[in-house]
Design a protein around this ligand. Structure first.
Ligand code: GTP
Ligand code: SPV
Ligand code: MN
Length: 606
């Protein structure tokens, strides 16, 4: 076996003996032809990219139009996360809880070892060391992914701080997340994404898709990190982080949890409407937030990632100009359509499809076919510095202080445009009872309403009831807690269309939140939370009939009673770990809806 360190020394690029031993152990099992330690350099990127193009893993796009951009077409069976094949393997089943698939760790290790034995024969095993979080930050963590996929390596290079810098941060420590990824034959029958939180270990086989194969992201930064957060007293969340800058130059940081393909990337880099002169949104992160209590008693957040793995369809100059600009260079596209001149195209790009378009599988696309040219879950991988709204605070080792937390789902009915909680417990209740219609980001039916608490249903690495309890407990440690809001950009009118225009116009909702935080807006109390008084939403320049605004903000008691019924069923499903505090809060809201108790405004001390 040839072992190539990308440096001249004979010695290993790491001083961590634990890392060296583990790499040797996995190589002995998987039996690759070569082991390559990634250093993260430009020269290495060039070499890997050329190799990927030669091997047909990447297709070079038009380098005049999109310098540094490539297209990857995945196996048609491997286009989204596969939740039914994703497991949390804790010694006790109860620790995975009723919302995760569980399998016994001893049996699962044995099974995976069988699948991995000799699995990299004839291939190269890449050692991908990476840091999650700003370099040198005490909030950051090191992971190492061993993979036989160049596509994964090149994506990890964009999504994380990858290479020698990670080995330097690790030093001689044995404290790093271990991830093994093997492509196998991409047969879904031989696909498993397994998490062993007790060992800080992930093993993923049989998929090359983002959330299944870029182990830094959902596997480490959410499933494993949520367990670390539980044990160490912090929160790992499926949240974007944005900075909202006022014309006076003051920046307020907001974290927001929406389920997959429900608008995080879009909100994180929103362009305010023309009427909002002097306002600016800056992006700290678009998918994941690690949040801890700072010395000042506030909640501080870092984005563990270094790039964006964003949904392509629906991205246009009108909906998200920042995203359109950032994918003009140095971006890997996956499963989008390709134009005859080597450019990219997708539905909702707001430019007509050119003749001779190739669909995401490389077939000649015919408009009449009724099929999508780009896969609905086609994506771009782009470095966060490509984003002109990028916040330099994304590199701040201290993170940013969070003033508001938003929960939101994709709801055709019931949930108003925005609702504010009356206190922390109510905010946790809002998050815990969140529902959303399923999207193409995961395999399975699209548009089915399911409970997706805190947008973490597929990503919480432990018992959901314990997770809620952890959120409740955090309140004790946060002297100055953020306000908690709920939003819904996706409410539909009788005509079946979205009532609210969304995208940049969501700035109007953010502004109301800011007004609430600074005591400038009173809001209107309802049994389910505080909504804006119609006059408090700045709708200047927006062509929306007053009836539509009213419809967007409406709280319909009958719908909410059904909603609370569904929440009760979900709480039942959680079982014995479900915190009583949240069940009690459900009862209190129901009483208020039934007119049996007064509507609460704001609780003392929030
Ligand atoms: P993940 O990367 O899967 O976690 O998704 P995400 O939450 O970052 O979602 P993203 O911002 O990529 O948006 C997903 C889809 O929702 C895209 O097709 C968007 O065009 C659409 N979308 C985003 N914001 C809005 C909005 O305010 N209104 C409407 N109607 N659609 C939106
Ligand atoms: C999501 O599905 O929430 C994503 C994409 O952000 S993935 O990396 O596949 O999880
Ligand atoms: Mn996501």
């Amino acid at each position: 076996m040839e072992v190539t360190a990308n440096r001249n020394e004979k010695s290993s690029p790491t001083s961590s003996r634990a890392l060296r031993d583990w790499v040797n152990e996995v190589a002995a099992l998987t039996k690759p032809d070569a082991v390559v330690w990634c250093d993260g350099s430009e020269a290495e990127k060039k070499r890997f990219t050329a190799q990927a193009v030669d091997a047909g893993i990447l297709i070079e796009l038009n380098q005049k139009k999109r310098p540094g951009c490539y297209l990857h077409r995945s196996d048609p069976n491997d286009v989204a996360r596969t939740e039914q094949l994703t497991f949390v393997c804790t010694p006790n089943k109860i620790d995975a809880g009723p919302t995760n698939n569980w399998s016994d760790p001893t049996e699962t290790y044995a099974k995976l070892h069988g699948m991995l034995d000799g699995s990299m024969r004839g291939r190269t095993m890449y050692v991908v060391p990476y840091v999650m979080g700003p370099l040198g930050s005490p909030l950051s963590k090191v992971g190492v992914e061993l993979t036989d996929s160049l596509y994964v390596v090149l994506n990890m290079r964009i999504m994380t701080r990858m290479g020698q810098a990670a080995l330097d941060q690790l030093g001689d420590s044995a404290d790093f997340n271990r991830g093994i990824h093997c492509t196998l034959d991409l047969n879904p029958d031989r696909r498993l994404i397994c998490h062993f939180p007790q060992d800080n270990m992930i093993i993923s086989v049989g998929s090359g898709y983002g959330g299944n194969a870029l182990l830094s992201k959902k596997c480490f930064a959410l499933r494993i990190a949520s367990v670390l957060g539980r044990d160490e007293g912090w929160l790992a969340e499926h949240m974007l982080i944005l900075g909202l800058q006022s014309p006076e130059g003051e920046t307020t940081y907001i974290a927001a949890a929406f389920p997959s393909a429900c608008g995080k990337t879009n909100l994180a880099m929103l362009t305010p409407p023309a009427e909002f002169q002097g306002w600016k949104v800056t992006t700290v992160g678009d998918d994941i937030a690690w949040m801890r209590v700072g010395p000042d008693g506030r909640l501080w957040a870092v984005n563990p990632e270094n790039g964006y793995f964003g949904v392509a369809p629906g991205t246009s100059a009108k909906s998200n100009l920042n995203a359109m600009k950032m994918v003009e260079h140095d971006t890997i596209f996956t499963n989008v359509a390709m134009t005859p001149d080597g450019d990219v195209w997708w539905e909702g790009m707001d430019v007509p499809p050119p003749d001779g378009l190739l669909d995401w599988q490389g077939r000649r696309w015919k408009k009449e076919s009724g099929e999508k040219a780009a896969h609905p879950n086609s994506r771009f991988t782009t470095p966060m510095r490509n984003n002109s709204a990028w916040s330099p605070q994304a590199d701040d080792p201290r993170g940013v202080p969070i003033s508001a937390v938003i929960f939101g789902g994709r709801r055709a009915s019931t949930v108003p445009l925005v609702l504010e909680s009356i206190d922390w417990t109510h905010g946790v209740f809002m998050g815990a009872t969140m529902g959303s219609e399923t999207t193409a980001a995961a395999a399975g039916a699209v548009g089915v309403l399911r409970r997706d608490p805190m947008a973490m249903l597929p990503f919480c690495g432990y018992n959901m009831g314990d997770y809620f309890a952890h959120w409740l407990k955090m309140r004790g440690a946060i002297k100055n807690p953020p306000r908690i809001f709920m939003v819904n950009w996706f409410r539909k009118g009788a005509d079946g269309n979205f009532i609210w225009p969304g995208y940049g116009e969501n700035m109007r909702v953010l502004k109301w939140m800011l007004d609430r935080i600074h005591g400038r807006a009173k809001g209107r109390a309802t049994p389910v939370g505080i909504v804006p008084d119609e006059t408090e939403l700045d709708l200047n320049g927006l062509d929306l009939p007053q009836s539509a605004t009213r419809e967007a903000l409406a709280v319909n008691p009958a719908e909410w009673k059904a909603e609370l019924e569904s929440a009760a069923e979900f709480f039942e499903k959680i079982g014995p770990t479900m915190p009583k505090e949240l069940k009690d809060r459900r009862q209190a809201i129901l009483k208020s809806l039934n007119g049996e108790a007064p509507t609460q405004r704001v609780a003392a001390g929030r």
